[in-house]
Design a protein around this ligand. Structure first.
Ligand code: C5P
Length: 222
């Protein structure tokens, strides 16, 4: 066992935030990390970085060996959100995310990230169920498909990307189905996760709700 540095808390605080695309989980996870002084890892970006590496090298997205090699070599501390946010990379990411070997490599690396320093907030699809089943606090953030499509369309338009509501909604539904129905670590609410439905909430309201849940859980365990 490593010796705990003086002054460090005995157990790093791990917060798992899961949910479907455009539910608001990423923004909430980032803000929770800032609020509680924790690191933040958007695990979607780790899948996106693997997909981007395969696309850049011209490898087949079904090439499990190449994908696992990429999963071992990506730098978790230098994930370029801007460069990885394209629709094509998101689509490719959800295809390589079905590969069990890629998931195993990334999950192990995400787990290591969560246990460093004072702890971390990880957001994704399987954090509370597979990556950090013992996380101190688990949130499952969701919103209706129409609300998520409305938000995603607005985000894309703000970035100057062409987006129509109907196409975005169809894309979200396809991605949800693929994420929820895959055999390896499907999108699912952990039995002990707190459900936060952000439909009809602005981000401030959702953030206050999330902080309240974290504080109540921590107070209950203290
Ligand atoms: O959240 P984001 O859209 O960036 O994720 C891209 C894709 O990566 C998702 O559609 C999903 O297939 C996959 N993913 C996953 N498990 C995670 C995070 C993301 O399978 N923990």
């Amino acid at each position: 066992m490593a010796t705990e540095p003086a002054g460090a808390s005995a157990t790093p605080l791990a917060i798992a935030v899961d949910g479907p695309a455009a539910s608001g989980k990423g923004t909430l996870a980032r803000r929770l990390a800032a609020e509680f002084g924790l690191s933040h890892l958007d695990t979607g970006l780790t899948f996106r970085a693997v997909a981007a590496a395969l696309l850049n090298s011209g490898s087949d997205l079904e090439d499990a060996d190449a994908a696992e090699t990429a999963a071992r070599s990506i730098d978790l501390d230098a994930l370029d959100r801007q460069a990885l946010s394209t629709h094509a990379i998101g689509e490719a990411a959800s295809r390589i995310a079905v590969l069990p070997g890629v998931r195993a490599v990334l999950a192990a690396r995400q787990r290591t990230f969560a246990t460093q320093g004072s702890g971390a907030v990880l957001d994704g699809r399987d954090i509370g169920t597979v990556v950090l089943p013992d996380a101190a606090v688990k949130l499952y953030v969701t919103a209706s498909p129409s609300e998520r499509a409305r938000r995603r369309t607005a985000e894309m338009s703000a970035r100057g990307e062409p987006a129509t509501y109907d196409a975005v909604l169809a894309d979200l539904r396809r991605r949800d189905t693929r994420d929820a129905e895959r055999a390896a670590a499907p999108l699912a609410k952990a039995a002990d996760a707190h459900l936060l439905d952000t439909t009809g909430m602005d981000i401030e309201t959702a953030f206050r709700e999330a902080v309240g849940i974290v504080e109540r859980v921590r107070a209950g365990r203290a």
